[in-house]
Ligand binder design. Structure first.
Ligand code: PEP
Ligand code: MN
Length: 347
């Protein structure tokens, strides 16, 4: 941390800062310039926060120089991590060497619809099945998902297809039952700052897919990941799914730059969700291509055998030619950026 003194700060003001810092066991290195003095602090950053140094006379500004998150930071773990999803023998990697394709219906509506969507996803090259059993809807009158019956359907489709399953959990009370059925627990954008839920999934013993809060900065998102990590679970995959901006032509704005920004600062893998970002199927393939090109570790999309009757997010679901086009992009483009298909690394 660095304390910048104002040009009119006196020696007494400087001595006060130094003595407060030393009082909590820190060290203060004073550097006097022609106009200003700056003081470099070394020690426990949390105890410096409690000093409220900004309120002291003569202090102009206080800057943090290390990341506020620790466990998810590359300062803690320099190499980028790979998270493995699924049971022994069917574990799919999500990480820096591979490219992982996840697909499935937005919501589990029936066994037939889910198995059909899973077959479509698998034939397009997807290796992890997505599907919501607990749906966090903006309207309380909208379809809320089949709950535990939906989890049972997902478990059945996992057996039929061999694909590990990722599904959302929206309430800390449901974490044990979702963890019993799913291979990976998803935290959706609306719950990305639900700290009790983040702690609960951190204790569930399953990998976590943490979507970015639609209003969250990258730092807030990584702090949310830190809540999970702090409970002992570092198997976290981040998912950029679009943020709220002033632009109304898409549902959200896919923040493509979040991918390299996150990779520079955190060791966690990061995938993109062009379906929930755009809310429109015609944009899913171009955005997926952009995600691959920018270096994302995977892509997750909605597919549905009959989007026109889907109970949730039909307009963004792929099938037919659109899905074939996506399959082609996912087969070809990752190689160009030095990635191998995660499907070839299953173990
Ligand atoms: C989802 O993936 O089903 C979902 C609801 O996504 P998000 O939380 O990104 O809106
Ligand atoms: Mn959806």
């Amino acid at each position: 941390m660095v304390v910048v003194m104002s040009p009119d700060a006196t020696d007494e003001d400087i001595a006060r800062v130094v003595s407060r810092v030393e009082g909590v066991g820190g060290e203060a290195f004073v550097s006097k310039g022609v106009v200003r003095t700056i003081i470099g602090l070394v020690g426990d950053i949390e105890s410096f926060h409690h000093l409220n140094l900004r309120t002291l006379r003569g202090v102009a500004d206080v800057h943090r120089i290390s990341d506020p998150y620790k466990l998810v930071s590359r300062q803690h773990h320099a190499e980028r991590s790979t998270v493995w999803v699924g049971p022994e023998g069917r574990r799919v990697p999500i990480g820096p060497d591979s490219f992982t394709f996840l697909a499935g219906p937005c919501a589990v509506e029936s066994a037939e619809q889910t198995v059909e969507a899973a077959r479509m996803a698998q034939s397009a090259g997807a290796t992890i099945l997505r599907g919501g059993a607990f749906k966090p809807r903006t309207s309380p009158y909208a379809f809320q998902g089949l709950g535990v019956a939906g989890l049972e359907i997902l478990a059945g489709v996992r057996e039929a297809t061999g694909m590990p399953v990722v599904t959302e959990v929206v309430d800390a009370r449901d974490v044990p039952v979702v963890a019993e059925y799913a291979d990976m627990l998803q935290i959706g954008t609306r719950n990305a700052a639900n700290f009790g839920l983040l702690q609960a999934v951190g204790e569930a013993g399953k990998p976590v897919l943490l979507k970015r809060g639609m209003n969250a900065t990258i730092e807030e998102w990584l702090m949310a990941a830190e809540y999970v990590a702090q409970r002992g679970n570092l198997d976290i995959v981040l998912c950029e799914r679009g943020i709220r901006t002033f632009e109304p032509s898409t549902r959200n704005t896919l923040d493509i730059s979040a991918v390299p920004v996150v990779q520079a600062t955190s060791h966690l893998p990061i995938i993109i969700d062009p379906s929930h970002a755009a809310g429109r199927k015609d944009l899913v393939v171009p955005l997926a291509r952009a995600g691959i090109a920018v270096g994302a570790d995977g892509v997750i999309v909605d597919v549905h055998p009959k989007p026109e009757v889907a109970l949730c997010d039909g307009p963004q679901a792929l099938l037919g030619n659109d899905l074939r086009e996506l399959a082609q992009a996912v087969r070809k483009l990752p190689k160009v950026v030095g990635r191998v298909d995660a499907g070839t690394m299953i173990r």
